[in-house]
Design a protein around this ligand. Sequence first.
Ligand code: NAP
Length: 506
Amino acid sequence: MDPQPSKTAAAAASKAATAGRAIPVTVIPGDGVGPEIVRSAMRIIEAAGVPIAWEEAEAGAAVFRRGDSSGVPRETRESIERTRVVLKGPLETPVGFGEKSANVTLRKLFETYANVRPARELPGVPTRYSGEGIDMIIVRENIEDLYAGIEHLQAPDVAQGLKIITRKGSEKVIRYAFELARREGRSKVTCATKANIMKLTEGLFKRVFEEMAPEYPEIAAEHLIIDNVAHQLAKNPAQFDIIVTTNLNGDIISDLASGLVGGLGFASSGNYGDDIAIFEAVHGSAPKYAGKEVINPTALILSSVLMLRYLGQGEAAATIEDAVLFTLEEGRAVTQDLARQVGGDIEHAASTTGFTDRVIANLGKHPSGGGARMRLPEEKVERRPAWSYGPERYAAVQRTLVGVDVMVESDLPVEALGDDLAQLAGDRFALAMVESRGTKVYPPIGLATDHVRWYRGRFVARDGVTLSEEDLVALLGRIAARHRWTEILRLQAFDGELAFTKAQGE
Ligand code: NAP
């Protein structure tokens, strides 16, 4: 819960540095272009004179190849438990099949619940928004949502993924966003959700935001629907200050935001937990560039700047950030990605090492248009445990069983299936409807909704019936004797309020 300040990694690092000892940090070079950009950041930190004791650790593709399906071996987990701080390169994840992402595993194992992604107009990086003053931070919930990764094939051709949003997970990241706004002197937090469609999941995130906002009266709080946020980001991105959002929304709009300020080569991030943090570029392993020394290391260098601030090394962080901004502004070392964007000379673009050398040469110089932006050391974040509800809160909620949804795989025509399920409902339940892919198809409403052989039958208590567990089991037994059911979901009311949504057309 609320960590003792003396135990935080930041405090321990400050102490180590003050005592002249090196600060322990786990470094994961990663896959693809990872080793090149990690080496670049490490060289710059060393040149800036920050004493770091790097513990090199492995994760990702090589670990999967050795047969460790977690992608994060025990030695790496132990190193992170010791150091509490990680600088990592991108890790490769097979797309559409195979093992789970080792990145997501790392974020989840260490409960780094706030993924912070700044997007700021950079000098020497012209974009169509140059001069508008883009300077926003996207705070993305980092553990829950569809990233819970609970997926099943309900039928051979029907896939289902569960979207998990909790009050606790929402409170942690929303608290983080407001506290970040407060300590960085920011004036507005925008909550971005799809609560108009996903009323219970995205809706819970929105409600928690609205409950917490009054605790921060000096910060303007607004809610926008995520699709409108995408639209506004393209139209007038400078209006945003801090955006807090759910995991998948945040994944997508933070890549969008990086595109507004020069692309993934410039997009930094930090994954923050209560006393563990992981710093990495937003981009992936860019395999086609691996080993070619042409990748832009700025994203990881700026991520390492976030790391130094977290470690209480604010001065070194500002020196490095200023040197990067100066290097971009002077334009003597232009990496390929930027050269391509500005129609420059790609053949003579700076290599990864060339750019890094230039940043090192520029340590101590300041950009003309203002330098380092984020200022305060991370240890100043107030970690009020907003999620301090004890079990009594949940025990006090009155739960009423009002019915059950049963998922069924069936080859029957929908009318025949509906008639049969209605009969199987018996005298304790009534069949309220059958739906397919979220749309009511029985009783028929006369429209051409397509079916996929996988249905949800909604059974509700008949008038005057108080349902019991035995009623549920008996109903399931009757259905199982005639149909292939795949999942059941209780229909409940909490303190009299229905705890489920209707189907489309119900
Ligand atoms: P990606 O590695 O981010 O690369 C996509 C494109 O972005 C590149 O082809 C390149 O564009 C540009 N780019 C990325 N980093 C750049 C840099 N530093 N400098 C200049 N340009 C850069 O995305 P992906 O190809 O979709 O994913 C590759 C692998 O990385 C996958 O296995 C994925 O799962 C993984 N991944 C890991 C992380 C992570 O570790 N946190 C994050 C995302 C993806 P151009 O082609 O236009 O030059």
